[in-house]
Write a protein that binds this ligand. Structure first.
Ligand code: TXA
Ligand code: MG
Length: 315
């Protein structure tokens, strides 16, 4: 079996209602979706990704109003964040209620909810009238997919349908914020910047580098890793040390005479984020043993890019 790749939402609905998995496009990365209210279907996500069962899933919803069905209450800060950033790349943790099966949240009392900003997936959620549990559609620990072909390459033999929504506009995963604590705590840097969040709700805590904390089990240090060794530093200096079997992942600069992928010729962080995972995949599939890489400016979505680069470089 090899997954069909098309945009037929009605067929996606049928499969999802039957407890099957469908890969869906979002503005951040592609997700591997199942009916979030069907525990058996959700278990198939963990099996298909080889994902450890202690790593909870995000629940994707069609509207802000729908969230009320699945959580105990929507805190004032959560409400402000939804109004400001939904649909969009922000996942909000709230106290869940009994409608959400334990497998979705790995038994945690909180559930992560998000309204994605992609026309096809919103259309799907609207027709389906069910929430979708969906992690990124990659084998556990590998780079997240930002194109339908990335999903097909790695999971194409395991699922029946990939909805083709083109290239993901944001390119890194959603920001995750826990709104069950005061002040709210950012657990993963992502598509919505820390600055824009504080401009809406004021002070937040940022705690994103936990290695195996149960609070954000998926935030392990060696996440998003290519198979090759990615070495992060000053590229000019690294080039003195590493002379063979290398490729270069640079922000703006071009390195002539090398296998080089630059993230943004004009130094645009949003463009760099959009290209990041594709670049890692391309360099990972080419010859060579090492990817030499540099961080980008530590501002806005640059923080999320640097976070992914650091995790990818972790041994
Ligand atoms: O942009 C995204 O968020 C993408 C698209 C598909 O929506 N999804 C995504 O899912 O990145 P995933 O499963 O690859 O990463 C979600 C992470 C988990 O690894 C977990 O650490 C965290 O979200 N998470 C989910 N629910 C949580 C909860 N109740 N408490 C703490 N962390 C949670
Ligand atoms: Mg993931």
């Amino acid at each position: 079996m090899s997954a069909a790749i098309h945009t037929n939402i009605a067929q996606a609905c049928e499969l999802l209602k039957a407890g099957k998995l469908v890969a869906i496009p979002t503005e951040t990365v592609y997700g591997l979706a199942a009916n979030a209210l069907d525990a058996d279907a959700v278990i198939r996500i963990f099996e298909t990704k080889n994902r450890p069962s202690f790593d909870p899933l995000i629940v994707h919803v069609y509207s802000k109003n729908e969230v009320e069905k699945y959580v105990q209450e929507i805190s004032p800060s959560a409400r402000l964040l939804m109004d400001a950033f939904w649909p969009g790349p922000l996942t909000i943790l709230l106290q869940r209620n009994d409608l959400i099966p334990d497998v979705v949240t790995s038994g945690l009392p909180t559930v992560g909810v998000r309204m994605p900003d992609h026309r096809l997936t919103l259309e799907l959620l609207e027709q389906l009238k069910l929430p979708l549990a969906a992690p990124s559609a990659n084998p556990f620990g590998y780079i997240s997919p930002t194109r339908a072909s990335h999903v097909a390459d790695q999971l194409g033999e395991k699922i029946e349908l990939i909805i083709d929504g083109g290239e993901c506009r944001v390119g890194v995963e959603s920001t995750i914020i826990d709104c069950t604590v005061t002040p709210p705590k950012i657990l993963r840097l992502g598509g919505v910047s820390v600055e824009s969040i504080t401009s809406v709700i004021g002070e937040v805590e940022v705690q994103t580098n936990s290695s195996s904390s149960p609070q954000a089990p998926g935030m392990m240090l060696s996440h998003y890793a290519p198979r090759k060794k990615l070495i992060l530093g000053n590229i000019q200096e690294l080039l003195e040390q590493y002379t063979q079997n290398i490729s270069i992942l640079s922000f703006q600069e071009q390195y002539f005479g090398y296998r080089n992928y630059r993230l943004s010729e004009k130094g645009d962080l949003h463009e760099a984020a959009r290209n990041l995972f594709t670049a890692m995949r391309i360099l990972d599939s080419q010859p060579g043993d090492f990817i030499l890489a540099e961080t980008v400016p530590d501002t806005g979505i640059g923080l999320a890019i640097n976070d992914r680069l650091r995790r990818a470089s972790h041994p």
